[in-house]
Ligand binder design. Structure first.
Ligand SMILES: [Zn+2]
Length: 410
């Protein structure tokens, strides 16, 4: 009996290694596509985006959750890098800031071509997998970055933006954020305003993935109902396991299931356990829950590395993904389910978004009403009443009838 008792730790260790080995084997063919990483924000705040500074060397950068050796150890095969500008730039220099964050992502790709390749479609991701490089995509975090302009939305698409998070933690003039659900912000658009709906339609037409992390529940439901393509939550977890309004409630998870959409689980302790401490196992609980309610096709990873201050024990940096995959295997996830969570689910959503896109179609053109724009530093060209070369149709009719009446009188 005593011998058997002594053997237990050895058995546990061996089976642990077995799952870890199996995880690595799977990830060699299907590496992780992560939905949200804030390294570009770190590059701004630490180095003012000067990548050539010695301390900014991504092969040795130590203070961050993300660097090149950690990405390699974590089998990261594709990353949506977050181009983020905080809410206090709204109605100020948000557009300039977002252009600079997009630029730094492009420069990252150019500076480390053996590691990163900037891509803009699902084929590019698959090709990067083959080449053993990290497919690098741009996710713009916060609808305030388009400054309520469909023209800016289209321009950001041309610069490589492939998802837009409709809000950050502030309302835009056209979409409500999650703080509306805590009572800290007032609802403005009851989900999406009319202009917000045209933003969603234009994203569908362009082929930009709609990201619902950070939005209110009403905005989630409005976008899920309106979008012709599946959507993502790039970095959100399950509300029923941690009642934080940044997480996704079960009734929305059902809509996620019905629309073939995707929830990429956030690792931030405050969203995982609703406490300062959390564990890898609790992150796996969120993955299990989303799988149970929305299906195995709805699960992904959106670690939020370098965007958060506290991470679960066992998931301290981007090198730890294989440990999480080992835990899913331990929980009897099938290989197909694991491959889905790693990459296949995101690829499916992205391909569906690409199929819905219609570049020959008519672009949305109606601007946001002047009265809905906020801030005082904008000019109003195009909105001004006079002089105008395009009088409203009613006015045109009135002047025509005056002329005709004049002619009759003659
Ligand atoms: Zn975020």
């Amino acid at each position: 009996m005593q011998t058997v008792w002594w053997l237990w730790p050895l058995v546990a260790l061996c089976s642990g290694d077995q799952f870890r080995g199996e995880a690595e084997k799977i990830m060699r063919a299907t590496p992780v596509i992560d939905g949200h990483n804030d390294l570009p924000w770190q590059l701004l705040t630490m180095f003012n985006n000067q990548l050539q500074e010695k301390a900014a060397d991504l092969t040795s950068l130590a203070q961050t959750h993300t660097n090149i050796p950690k990405l390699r150890a974590g089998f990261v095969g594709a990353q949506f890098w977050s181009a983020y500008t905080p809410c206090d730039t709204q109605n100020k220099d948000a557009v300039r800031r977002i252009l600079e964050q997009i630029d730094v992502i492009h420069r990252m790709c150019h500076m480390y071509p053996e590691t990163f390749v900037c891509v803009t479609n699902s084929t590019g991701i698959r090709q990067a997998f083959q080449e053993g490089r990290v497919a690098s995509l741009i996710g713009v975090e916060g609808g305030h970055s388009i400054d309520s302009s469909l023209g800016v939305l289209r321009a950001l698409y041309h610069l490589g933006m492939r998802y837009l998070t409709l809000t950050h933690s502030c309302n835009t003039p056209w979409a409500d954020n999650w703080l509306v659900d805590t009572g800290e912000d007032q609802a403005q658009s009851q989900g999406l305003s009319e202009f917000g709906q045209s933003v969603v339609r234009e994203m569908n037409r362009l082929g930009v993935i709609i990201d619902l992390a950070h939005v209110s529940v009403a905005t989630m439901k409005a976008a899920l109902r309106l979008s012709k393509a599946p959507i993502i939550f790039s970095h959100s977890s399950a509300y029923s396991l941690c009642r934080h309004r940044r997480n996704v409630p079960d009734d929305v998870l059902q809509l996620v299931n019905q629309t073939g959409s995707l929830v990429m689980v956030n690792f931030y302790n405050d969203y995982v356990s609703c406490q300062q401490q959390a564990t890898l196992s609790q992150v796996a609980d969120h993955l299990d829950h989303i799988k149970k309610v929305a299906g195995a096709g709805a699960v992904g990873f959106g670690g939020d590395y370098d965007g958060v201050s506290r991470l679960p024990s066992g998931l301290e940096d981007v090198s730890k993904y294989p440990d999480l995959v080992a835990e899913l295997l331990r929980r009897r996830w099938t290989e197909a389910e694991v491959r889905g969570a790693l990459a296949d689910n995101l690829l499916r959503v992205f391909e569906a978004v690409e199929q819905v896109s219609d570049h020959a179609g008519t672009p949305e053109e109606v601007p946001i009403p002047l009265g809905e724009l906020q801030g005082s530093c904008r000019t109003t060209y195009g909105y001004s009443e006079a002089p105008s070369f395009h009088p409203p149709p009613g006015a045109l009719l009135a002047s025509l009838s005056t002329i005709l009446l004049g002619l009759c009188l003659l």
